[in-house]
Design a protein around this ligand. Structure first.
Ligand SMILES: *Cc1c(COP(=O)(O)O)cnc(C)c1O
Length: 428
């Protein structure tokens, strides 16, 4: 037996779980069941699982609403007027920001638009947006419509950097070269920190530096990065970012989003923005005077008062992240994903010709998070359906990619082992 084959055993998987200091966190989530047993839930990159104590966070707000009605804005145990502030320091740690640089509010695509209103300011020959090819559809539509909104034609205003022929991920040096090549034409660099399709993690620090060197603004969509990989948005000098919280951050379906605006921009009332009352200076908000006076920092981009139930759900999971910390999560995540990769390699080595698929996610752990994307060359959909039937919850993306993400908070090494068994059955 090869080394890898020895690792592909239930005993070995269980020994890894026994050594895992985060293994007890699995019990704090509801794991969906299939055929009466725990599913292998590898779609935390799409919708995170429900923390069992989330209900208590909701109940508190429902009780206070029943008890106080509108007075709950100030009299609730966690006053709703400032409820979002409870989330701020916790999310700030996850994305590597100062408290004043983040706010939890709205939904992701909404936040991207609001931020682009401020940070995509085409002028003269500098009007293009550089983005990654195969960006998430909502991001593509957002970018196209922003370009059109300013009167430009997306077909010549969007610079898409893609993989080279025959490759599946985008070379970092190609992103940097494209930024340099188009330099003075680029108004904005906007990239998904982790690409949703390939699972590729970009070097955001260097991309930001390159963007700034040519005089562009730099923003990131962190939907697949927040709660997945280590982020240092403040230190990296990123201008702005937004993320959703229902993927790795388990905040409930469609849960409230977060946004980041670098401290460098915190005191610029002159920035164009679409304003609403919740972005208005807090101390004089209720004077309700005409003339918008933005709050300092990210809070100045808020439009509306907080959807407290959604925020409460988000807080339940943020408290768990706060307890564990991103460093421990990321280090388990590296091991879990590497183990998954080894098991798939073992199957490929032993089953050779039956394995008409390949992993397209980068092998280098500094270029990926939890997710592996498997590109099927043969009967991909049949393989996917066979996995589902046996108890795997994974994600199928047309035309032929299966995305799997073992999540360090609640997935086990045993889950990874079971996935391998099911995959082997599925191809046989
Ligand atoms: C999940 C995801 C979205 C979803 O946007 P919503 O506004 O939350 O519906 C957008 N962009 C990316 C990159 C995503 O991964």
């Amino acid at each position: 037996m090869t080394m890898i084959a020895q690792k592909n055993s239930i005993d070995y998987a269980k020994s890894l779980d026994a050594k895992d200091e985060l293994s007890s966190y699995r019990d704090r989530f509801y794991i969906p069941k299939i055929n009466g047993q725990d599913s292998v839930y590898f779609t935390g990159n799409s919708l995170g699982l429900q923390p069992k104590n989330l209900i208590n966070y909701l109940q508190q707000e429902l009780d206070d609403w029943a008890k106080y009605g509108v007075e709950g804005h100030f009299d609730a145990k966690n006053p709703w007027f400032s409820y979002h502030e409870l989330l701020t320091p916790k999310i700030a740690k996850i994305v590597g920001a100062l408290n004043s640089e983040v706010v939890v509010t709205h939904s992701l695509t909404t936040n991207l638009h609001l931020l682009m209103v401020s940070f995509y300011q085409p002028k003269g020959e500098r009007y293009k947006i550089l983005c990654e090819q195969k960006a998430f559809p909502s991001d593509q539509y957002a970018l196209e419509s922003q370009v059109r909104f300013h009167g430009y034609d997306p077909s010549e205003s969007l610079i898409e950097v893609g993989p080279r022929d025959g490759e599946h991920t985008i070379r970092h040096e190609d992103v940097i070269a494209a930024i340099k090549e188009h330099g003075s034409e680029i108004a904005l660099v906007m990239i998904g920190g982790v690409n949703y399709y390939s699972g590729q993690l970009f070097n955001m620090e260097e991309i930001t530096k390159a963007g700034h060197e040519v005089g562009a603004m730099v923003g990131f969509d962190l939907a697949h990065a927040a709660g997945n990989v280590i982020l240092k948005l403040h230190d990296w000098q990123v201008d702005f970012a937004a993320w959703c919280s229902y993927k790795y951050l388990n905040s409930s379906p469609g849960g409230v989003s977060g946004m980041f605006v670098h401290q460098n921009h915190e005191n610029k009332p002159e920035l164009p923005r679409f304003a609403g009352w919740w972005g208005y200076d807090k101390d004089s908000r209720f004077m309700m005077e005409p003339g918008f006076k933005p709050m300092k920092g990210a809070e100045g981009w808020q439009l509306s008062n907080a959807p407290v139930l959604g925020m409460a759900a988000h807080l339940a999971s943020l408290d768990i992240f706060d307890e564990v910390g991103m460093d421990k999560l990321r280090s388990k995540s590296d091991e879990l994903t590497a183990y998954l990769e080894e098991i798939i390699e073992d199957i490929t080595q032993r089953k050779g010709h039956l394995c008409q698929f390949e992993i397209i996610t980068p092998k280098d752990q500094s270029e990926r998070g939890a997710q592996l994307s498997i590109l099927a060359h043969g009967k991909g959909k049949a393989m996917f359906d066979a996995l589902t039937k046996q108890g795997v919850i994974a994600d199928w993306r047309e035309p032929n990619v299966i995305r799997i993400a073992p999540v360090p908070l609640y997935n086990s090494f045993e889950d990874v082992y079971r996935f391998g068994q099911y995959l082997e059955n599925a191809i046989s």
